[in-house]
Design a protein around this ligand. Structure first.
Ligand SMILES: NC(=O)CCC(=O)C(=O)O
Length: 294
């Protein structure tokens, strides 16, 4: 039995979120548009092999970003916790200030050099004024500017007897806001891993006009096979937008074994790109054309 002990009642956590006008007016989003530029554009998910060596992780991430851009990707996503092994015992050691840490510097340079949008997976963030840690995604435009930051809202606390015990809230504090950002291709939503289990976040992104929701994430060997793909297809079909997940590659010598299987799902709930658990880059062209294939 999965304990969802830190589940927020969304009406409480987002009670001040401004839902404008009649929420159901555009339920099927007939007017949501990719920009004129983007009948279709290529995205990439880098299923990065993450080690305990932070500098190595940063160099590897940058090289893979340059490789994905050479292959035509215009928007590139990294996995949850790409600069550090995923684990409560590691977060404090690898945590950085945002925007003054080395991970932000590396990703900003990579975005500028590759001239791509980058959704920088996540890193453990230290807020200097409070000492609190967050699991945070940073986003960059093709000029290398930091254009958005998402702190994971729903922390992953789980206890499946005999299978997996993990309590992210032991060291990480939750974020309290939703994150959507504009690109020249259209508006994009971002959330992190366990956030995908809370459909309201994706619904609000769709209502706000997002064309896709990206979830850097690291599911595990218990819940991965059960729910990873199902959740993505559900969020995509519910909201009629693309859903993209990006996991670290699996490392069986680590304390937390990621499921891998980074995946891209179209607005009809169909998987258009996926993989197994090794280090790899997956690509897909996303845009308005998907519905002509139905
Ligand atoms: N890193 C995470 O939030 C993992 C979430 C997960 O595995 C789940 O089942 O949910």
């Amino acid at each position: 039995m999965i304990s969802l002990s830190n589940r927020f009642i969304l009406s409480q956590s987002f009670k001040n979120f401004p839902i404008k006008g009649n929420f159901f007016k555009n339920f099927y989003y007939p007017n949501r548009k990719f920009s004129e530029l983007s009948m279709s554009f290529k995205i990439a998910c880098i299923q990065l092999a993450v080690s305990s060596d932070k500098s190595k992780n940063l160099i590897n991430a940058k090289n893979k970003i340059l490789e994905a851009s050479k292959n035509g990707a215009k928007l590139i996503c990294l996995p949850e916790c790409f600069n550090s092994p995923y684990g409560t015992q590691h977060f404090a050691q690898y945590a950085e200030n945002i925007p003054n840490g080395e991970s932000v510097k590396t990703l900003s340079e990579a975005a500028k050099e590759s001239k791509t949008y980058i959704i920088g997976g996540s890193i453990p963030e230290r807020e200097d004024s409070t000492g609190k840690l967050y699991n945070t995604c940073t986003v960059y435009d093709p000029e290398g500017s930091l254009i958005a930051k998402h702190r994971k809202v729903h922390l992953f606390d789980i206890d499946v007897p005999g299978k997996i015990v993990f309590k992210e809230s032991d060291s990480i504090s939750p974020g309290n806001s939703l994150t959507h950002f504009d690109t020249k291709f259209g508006k994009i939503g971002v959330a992190i891993c366990y956030d995908i289990r809370f459909p309201e976040m994706a619904m609000i992104a769709a209502q706000e006009g997002c064309i896709a929701m990206f979830y850097p994430g690291a599911f595990n060997m218990t819940t991965g096979p059960l729910h990873w793909e199902l959740l993505q297809r559900a969020r995509a079909l519910d909201n009629q937008f693309y859903v993209v997940t990006c996991s670290p590659a699996r490392d069986m010598s680590a304390t937390y074994n990621a499921w891998g299987h980074s995946t891209i799902v179209n607005p009809s709930g169909t998987v258009i790109a996926t993989t197994e658990h090794e280090e790899v880059i997956i690509y897909a062209d996303i845009g308005n054309k998907w519905n002509k294939k139905l």
